[in-house]
Design a protein around this ligand. Structure first.
Ligand code: ADP
Ligand code: MG
Length: 381
């Protein structure tokens, strides 16, 4: 099989790779801003993947190139990798080499060439796809014998400690562990999960991703402030994390917090409950019931967590007005993508309505595509 990554490999290194691997981007059906509160998430893998063509080296050298990273080749030495030492996109794959070496795995150098159709910076986890593709390639090239969750946690370590992005485990666990036709219910405290059937085509439903293609700048600082607010609330309530506050204890717990922390608590506790509600609906064979759960999740992110923005609010309201069963923003917030649950025969009408609403508001035309729950990281050639 020839792949675009193998072509990029041949163009950069003038030879053929030992193998080609792919890792997907992801959606998150429900469970937003719960992962750093040790709560629940329900991601599913996208059909869009990052492919890596890779060849093992024995001299400790690392060469990296990406079609999306302007095709220049970054050259590094495994022994010299250190957090902060690698600029730009190459830090994500370099961080995976570093995390593997730090954990004592006998990884060596390698030549890697990437190509991807995962939209970047859209809340669909292109960064995790890049890391998880690297992790599975190195695992197999060096016969490390890791399983999917172990690769995910090393990829998360790369992003946290090498790239310097304080993300939870959601993105990497999803990209590594998801199974086609399923969502992946993950408890981010225990890092245990289970596959939940999400065969929407069988019941005439589709999940539609609306990438607003905007990212408002206040994002990064706001994320840190929200995390700090949640930690402070947990401390004041005397619990390890907000996950420990049950839905039945919510009203009493709110009374123990200063006014500015109450909405954060409300979002996290009700969002964990929405994940459990979603699982119950899916297990009961009632996927249509997910619609109102998504829309309630959006209202909570907009009104309590306050991470929505005009573009995501408009995508949700326009989709619902055009007959979607429900919709919500995904990801950290301040832009990124919206997920809508739609009767398959209404897909085109919903897409048209959202694009018309965006045009009317003077917003950038969104990138709209259906998300079919797909396979986690795997070898393709
Ligand atoms: P998200 O993970 O939501 O897409 P991030 O900001 O976490 O957004 O990661 C996006 C960054 O990851 C890009 O700016 C780029 O540095 C890097 N990246 C992702 N995919 C690729 C790729 N195929 N080639 C080069 N860099 C990539
Ligand atoms: Mg990311």
């Amino acid at each position: 099989m020839t792949t675009d990554a193998a072509d990029a490999f041949a163009a950069a290194y003038g030879d053929s790779p030992d193998g080609v691997w792919a890792a997907p981007g992801r959606i998150n059906v429900i469970g937003e801003h719960t992962d750093y509160n040790e709560g629940f998430v329900l991601p599913a893998a996208l059909p869009q993947t990052t492919r890596v063509a890779a060849r093992r080296r024995t001299d400790g050298r690392i060469r990296l190139t990406s079609v999306q990273g302007d095709c220049r080749v970054a050259e590094l030495l495994l022994a010299e990798l250190a957090p902060g030492a690698v600029p730009g996109w190459a830090a994500y794959p370099a961080g995976v080499f570093w995390a593997l070496a730090q954990a004592g795995h006998p990884v060596g150098g390698a030549d890697l060439a990437f190509s991807s159709d995962v939209p970047t910076g859209a809340g669909l986890s292109s960064s995790a796809a890049l890391e998880c593709a690297t992790a599975i390639a190195l695992d197999e090239l060096f016969a490390l014998g890791l399983d999917a969750p172990a690769r995910a946690l090393l990829a998360q370590r790369a992003e946290n400690d090498f790239v310097g992005v304080p993300c939870g485990a959601l993105d990497q666990m999803a990209s590594s562990c998801c199974v086609a036709g399923h969502a992946f219910f993950l408890d981010t405290r225990t890092l245990t999960g289970r596959q939940v059937p999400l065969d929407l085509p069988a019941v005439g439903l589709s999940l539609l991703v609306i990438d607003t293609r905007v990212k408002h700048d206040l994002g990064d600082g706001a994320y840190a402030a929200l995390r700090a607010g949640c930690e402070r609330a947990a401390e004041l309530l005397g619990v390890r994390a907000l996950r420990d506050v049950g839905i039945g204890e919510l009203a009493a717990a709110e009374q123990q917090l200063p006014a500015e922390l109450r909405p954060l608590l409300r979002h996290v506790v009700t969002e964990d409950q929405r994940v459990l509600d979603a699982i119950r609906l899916l297990d009961a064979g009632e996927p249509r019931g997910l619609g109102p759960v998504l829309t309630a999740g959006h209202a909570s992110l907009r009104d309590d967590y306050r991470v929505s923005c005009p573009e995501t609010d408009l995508a949700v309201s326009a989709a619902n007005a055009a007959g979607a069963l429900g919709a919500r923003m995904m990801g950290g917030g301040f832009g990124g993508s919206v997920l809508a649950l739609v009767d398959t025969d209404r897909l085109e009408a919903v897409e048209r309505a959202v694009r018309a609403a965006f045009a009317g508001a003077g917003f950038t035309d969104p990138f709209v595509f259906p998300a079919v729950p797909s396979q986690g990281a795997h070898r393709i050639a």
